[in-house]
Ligand binder design. Structure first.
Ligand code: F3S
Length: 387
């Protein structure tokens, strides 16, 4: 791999241990994927923030980088953590809270924005055609497909290394030739809601592997619906991008309503229709989604014995103060900066989760040891509320 003189000096350790380590990670990655050089990036998004999924050993590495004065070179956002300070921190054991704060402290020292969201594009939309280094698969597919920004699917360490160096290896979806659709998907049904978009994504992820689909037959798509499609497709497959319409050459795959229905049924593992938790906000809610939820809960109350959580970023929460108040008045909790999947719901005796997110329904049985009910937003709210 070609390195500039400046990059070589960093590689040789002239800019200290932290920069040298990050440069070595990027060069190793580039060599693995036959990249010829490093390219500058506009932004990075780092995953691996929740103490539940990170564990203890990586904290030592983060602390070593922070103590060595490593600083991000580009705007860098963080994925959600395991708890919020308003609600869950008060319910979970103190030592978990301490370690979670410890992780955040290291990231903050390195200059990462305490965004704590899997929808960083609501905070700042990346420039069309810009190169970025994002971890968080749902955001990667959304950025490439809907926003026209260019990013490979990074892991936590490679995204952090790219942030600290300000560059990423030039391979994969950073090359224009790798952004062309190579299979056509015809959706032979009238897709109606976010849950069906999610089920389509789960199905396509399994079928496509890492191929890029040109999807035909979707109705006029709202970005909130497409967000569910992107998140779910990244859950079961390695595809980093989809195209809406386009290519008709090559292989064609048809998706029928029966397959979508069966996928939703498969992702609903619970035998009961009465969940312990009704959860909306995977990926984190947009302002539109919060407004819609607030309208639907107005004048109603969350049922006794049921938890109702809406997850979003602190940025969207601040923009939606009135709507947050309406949801909380009804007895719901708007949790900012949290991902339910990487929180300790099992420690809160939550055994059944109802959600409109196919991604959550896919992961909850293993990561949260919970049974699932996958249903569209209106049905989730009908179950959570009375009155
Ligand atoms: Fe976001 Fe967690 Fe879902 S990171 S996409 S809320 S699984």
């Amino acid at each position: 791999m070609f390195l500039t003189k400046e990059e070589e000096r960093i590689y040789d350790g002239e800019r200290g241990w932290a920069n040298q380590t990050c440069m070595k990670i990027l060069v190793r990655l580039g060599e693995l994927f036959d990249a010829e050089k490093l390219i500058p990036i506009d932004s990075a998004h780092v995953s691996g923030v929740s103490y539940k999924t990170l564990g203890d050993a990586p904290i030592q590495f983060l602390r070593a980088l922070a103590d060595a004065d490593a600083k991000v070179q580009v705007r860098t956002t963080l994925n959600p953590q395991s708890m919020d300070s308003r609600y869950l921190a008060g319910k979970l054991p103190e030592h978990l809270k301490e370690q979670q704060l410890n992780i955040l402290e290291q990231f903050e020292k390195m200059g990462l924005t305490k965004s704590l969201t899997c929808t960083p594009y609501y905070l700042h939309s990346p420039r069309k055609g810009s190169h970025n280094a994002w971890a968080e698969s749902s955001a990667v597919v959304y950025a490439n497909s809907i926003l026209g920004a260019w990013t490979n699917r990074e892991g936590g360490p490679s995204a952090l290394s790219a942030a600290l160096i300000g560059k990423t290896p030039d391979y994969g979806i950073h090359r224009a030739k790798n952004r062309t659709a190579n299979v056509t998907v015809e959706v032979e049904m009238d897709i109606q809601n976010e849950t069906e978009y999610g089920a389509l994504g789960i199905l396509l992820g399994r079928i496509l592997g890492d191929r890029i689909p040109a999807i035909e037959g979707l109705p006029a798509n709202s970005r909130d619906m497409l967000k569910q499609l992107c998140a779910a497709m990244a859950t079961t497959g390695m595809t980093n991008m989809l195209r809406l319409g386009g290519t008709k050459e090559g292989e064609k795959i048809s998706i029928e309503s029966k397959q979508i229905k069966e996928t939703i049924e498969e992702l609903s593992t619970a035998s009961t229709r009465q969940p312990d938790l009704v959860f909306l906000g995977c990926p984190h809610c947009s302002l539109n989604e919060i407004e819609r939820i607030a309208q639907l809960v107005e004048g109603k109350n969350v049922k006794n014995g049921t938890e109702f959580w809406v997850c979003t970023s602190c940025h969207i929460r601040e923009k939606a103060i009135d709507q947050v108040r309406m949801i909380e008045k009804a007895g719901g909790h708007v949790l900012d900066g949290v991902c339910t999947i990487v929180s300790w719901t099992e420690k809160l005796q939550i055994k059944t989760i109802m959600t409109n997110s196919a991604k959550t329904a896919y992961y909850a049985p293993t990561l949260n040891k919970a049974e699932t009910i996958l249903a569209q937003l209106e049905d989730c709210l009908k179950t959570a509320l009375q009155g």
